[in-house]
Design a protein around this ligand. Structure first.
Ligand code: PEP
Length: 262
């Protein structure tokens, strides 16, 4: 079944830019993207600011009808209650977030987030009408010991346990060794794992959901390499960390067609 998936370019700001900086940044990003209107129409763009920026980003995007989506970098598995420091999916929905990143490798390693917690957060996102961007990826040690696909496939299988695929999801394959290292996977490596993840989506959620789900690559994506990833049949976009904080660079990633000549 041939399904056209709109490329998705997602910028994960991590813990950068406060709420005042986020306003100036999103305004400038919108101007940079407006210059590229023709190409921009071919991709969906979203930013993932820190929680404290979301209200400001919401106000700006709504006031100026900016064609930029946004989401949070994490969500609580719980809906409300005694969970100090956590943020409910209900609050994110009230801020018109469309997406939420779940299971980023920095949360899995720095906050010991387990596959079971990732699964509970995916379900929480769906309870509140948010689309989870589920991150999976192997470390350099995993790659050495198990090859490229085993760990990401196992992580995605756990993340999707009991999940209703019709509620929407995005998968981001992010090899941990490629994140922030300047050493991206090769397009062939990204495609191999993306194809394995899509095969798992077929097995767990059925052909229709699998073919309409975007599988992103993340890890040292730049304007110079984005086109090579998007040429691969199972790679539908990118989750961009460092380069998403550089407006000309990020806008140039969004204009990936210029680099492919496609
Ligand atoms: C990320 O943290 O999701 C990421 C892909 O980072 P970078 O683009 O900086 O490698």
């Amino acid at each position: 079944m041939a399904v056209k998936r709109t490329p998705f370019i997602a910028g994960n700001w991590k813990m950068n830019l406060d709420h005042l900086q986020s306003i100036a940044f999103v305004q400038k990003l919108a101007w940079a993207l407006a210059d590229a209107k023709h190409d921009f129409a071919d991709a969906e763009v979203a930013v993932f600011p820190p929680f404290t920026d979301l209200r400001s980003v919401q106000t700006l995007v709504a006031a100026d009808s900016l064609p930029i989506g946004y989401g949070a970098q994490d969500v609580s598995a719980h809906d409300s209650g005694a969970y100090t420091g956590e943020i409910s999916g209900a609050f994110l929905k009230q801020l018109d977030c469309r997406y939420v990143i779940i299971g980023h490798s920095e949360r899995r390693t720095l906050h010991a987030e387990s596959d079971a917690e990732v699964n509970a957060k995916v379900k929480a996102a769906h309870r509140h009408g948010l689309v989870p961007v589920i991150c999976v990826g192997e470390t350099a040690e995993d790659l050495e010991a198990h090859g490229p696909s085993a760990v990401p496939v196992a992580q995605l299988r756990a993340a999707l346990d009991g999940v209703d695929g019709s509620k929407g999801l995005v998968v981001a394959y992010e090899p941990v060794w490629a994140i922030g290292s300047g050493q991206a996977a090769t397009p062939a490596q990204a495609e191999q794992v993306a194809a394995a993840l899509r095969a798992l989506l077929v097995e767990l959620l059925g052909e229709e959901v699998a073919q309409s789900t975007r599988v992103l690559y993340g890890g040292s994506v730049k304007a110079a390499n984005i086109a090579s990833f998007l040429r691969e049949p199972n790679v539908d976009g990118a989750l961009v960390g460092g380069a998403s904080l550089d407006i000309p660079e990020f806008a140039s990633i969004v204009r990936f067609k210029k680099h492919v000549g496609a």
